[in-house]
Design a protein around this ligand. Structure first.
Ligand code: MG
Length: 403
C-alpha cells in the first residue's frame, strides 16, 4: 500500500511459470486484510480462468458483500492482475484481450479539485501530511468529508489560475469541485443550499469558463451533497457554461432523485464512482436517470464488469468517463479499457501534485500522460511493472509489503 494522495493498494499475482501480474484496488479500511483472506482461494488455480475466478471470489464473499462493498475493491485489483498475467502469457496487451482497440490514445481530464493542490487523504478521508513532503512541515488536519469545515473560501482567481495551468499542460477537459469552502449552506447536514452559495459556485465556474471555456471542456463535481431541487437551481445557473457534465448531484442509490435532476436541467448528469457491479448501473442507465457513466475500475468489480456496463451504456447512447484516483498501475489498466470501448469520453487524473507518480512504474516512457493523453501500450499484459524501490519508499509503514 503506497501512500500517494490516496492509499494506492496493489495486488501481485505470481504464477508457477514465473509470470507476475499487477493490479490495483481502490482504498478502503481493512482492505489488505480482505486481500489476505482471498489469497488462499487463488493458490493453485489457473490464472487464465478470469471469469471463473471472479465468480469464485464473488461466491466466497457473498455473505460479506454479495451486491456491493469493499470486497469488490479487493476483487477488482485481483481481476486486473489476472488480466496482466493472461496478457503476458499470451504475449498480448490487455486491450487486445478485451476485443481490440477503437483508439491509440486515451483522453485524460485533469481533476482540479478546488483550484488548489489536493491534500493527501487517508482511508476515511482525513487529510494527512503527504508522504513526499518533509515530515517537519506542520500539517493542519482537515476532514475532507466537510463536517469540520476549515480552509479559506475558494476564490475565482484560484480556479482561473488552475484552469490556465492545466490547459497549458495540454489537458482539453478539466473538472472542478463545487462543494468547496465558501459554498456551504447554513447547515452542513441538511443538503440545502442558499443563494449566496449558488452565486459563489457560479462565480467560480464562470472564472474557469472565461479563462478556457472556448476550447476546453469543463466538468463540475458535487460529491452527493445536495438535495435534488437545490442542485437543479445550481445546474440551471451553470447552463451558460455548457458543462461537459455535472457529477454526483444527489446521494447515490436513489434513481428517482437522479432522474428528477436529469429531467430538469440541460446539463449532462454523471454518476457511478461509488456503484458496484453491472447491477449497480442497470437501473439508472435503463431509466436514463443520467447522461454519462463514471464507473471506478478499481472498485466496480474489474475490467470485465466495466466492459459490460460500458456496452449497456452504449446501447443507451451514453458515454463512459471512468472515475480514477489510482496510481499509474490502475490508470494504465484504465487506458486499456478505455481504448477497447466505443463510447469512451475521458478518464480522470487526480494525482498531478504527487511528485513520484510516474516513478512508481517501469517499462514505458515517462511521463505516462503527455499533453492530456495516454498512449495505449503495445507491450504484453498491462505494460508496466512496479518500481519496488519507489513503492517501498512511500509505502504505508503499518501495512505489509507483498507479504
Ligand atoms: Mg467525483
Amino acid at each position: 500500500m503506497v501512500e500517494g494522495n490516496f492509499d494506492w493498494t496493489f495486488v501481485r499475482i505470481e504464477t508457477d511459470e514465473g509470470i507476475r501480474g499487477l493490479g490495483e484496488c481502490f482504498f478502503a479500511p481493512g482492505l489488505t486484510c480482505i486481500l489476505r483472506s482471498l489469497e488462499p482461494l487463488l493458490i493453485g488455480e489457473d490464472p487464465c480462468d478470469i471469469h471463473r475466478l471472479f465468480r469464485k471470489l464473488q461466491l466466497a464473499t457473498s455473505g460479506a458483500g454479495s451486491v456491493a462493498g469493499i470486497v469488490y475493491n479487493a476483487i477488482s485489483g485481483i481481476e486486473a492482475a489476472l488480466w496482466d498475467v493472461l496478457g503476458q502469457w499470451l504475449d498480448a496487451p490487455i486491450y487486445r484481450l478485451l476485443g481490440g482497440k477503437f483508439r491509440d490514445r486515451v483522453r485524460v481530464y485533469a481533476d482540479c479539485h478546488g483550484g488548489e493542490a489536493l491534500e493527501s487523504l487517508d482511508e476515511v478521508l482525513r487529510s494527512r501530511a503527504a508522504s513526499w513532503e518533509p515530515q517537519a512541515s506542520a500539517h493542519t488536519a482537515r476532514d475532507y468529508f466537510g463536517e469540520a469545515g476549515g480552509g479559506s473560501p475558494a476564490s475565482p482567481e484560484d480556479y482561473r489560475r488552475q484552469a490556465l495551468k492545466k490547459r497549458a499542460e495540454g489537458f482539453t477537459a478539466l473538472k472542478f469541485d463545487l462543494d468547496v469552502p465558501g459554498t456551504e449552506g447554513f447547515d452542513p447536514h441538511n443538503r440545502v443550499l442558499n443563494n449566496r452559495a449558488i452565486d459563489q459556485m457560479v462565480s467560480l465556474i464562470g472564472a474557469v469558463y472565461e479563462a478556457v471555456g472556448k476550447d476546453t471542456d469543463i466538468a463540475v463535481d458535487c460529491h452527493w451533497r445536495y438535495n435534488a431541487s437545490d442542485v437543479v437551481k445550481v445546474a440551471r445557473e451553470l447552463e451558460p457554461f455548457r458543462l461537459l457534465w455535472l457529477e454526483d448531484p444527489v446521494p447515490p442509490n436513489n434513481t428517482a432523485a437522479l432522474k428528477e435532476v436529469s429531467s430538469k436541467v440541460r446539463v449532462p448528469i454523471a454518476t457511478g464512482e461509488n456503484l458496484f457491479l453491472f447491477e449497480g448501473f442497470q437501473e439508472i442507465i435503463a431509466q436514463h436517470a443520467l447522461s454519462i457513466v463514471t464507473p471506478d475500475l478499481q472498485k466496480v468489480g474489474g475490467l470485465a464488469v466495466a466492459q459490460t456496463i460500458a456496452q449497456f451504456a452504449d446501447v443507451h447512447t451514453m458515454p463512459v468517463a471512468p472515475h480514477n484516483i489510482s496510481s499509474p498501475v490502475g490508470t494504465l489498466a484504465l487506458a486499456h479499457f478505455c481504448a477497447a470501448i466505443p463510447n469512451f469520453l475521458a478518464v480522470e487524473f487526480h494525482a498531478s501534485d504527487v511528485p513520484f507518480w510516474n516513478d512508481l512504474v517501469e517499462g514505458l516512457p515517462a511521463p505516462m500522460i503527455q499533453k492530456g493523453f495516454i498512449s495505449v501500450p503495445e507491450k504484453p499484459g498491462l505494460g508496466v511493472t512496479l518500481n519496488e524501490d519507489v513503492a517501498r519508499r512511500y509505502a504505508r509503514k503499518d501495512e505489509p509489503f507483498f507479504e
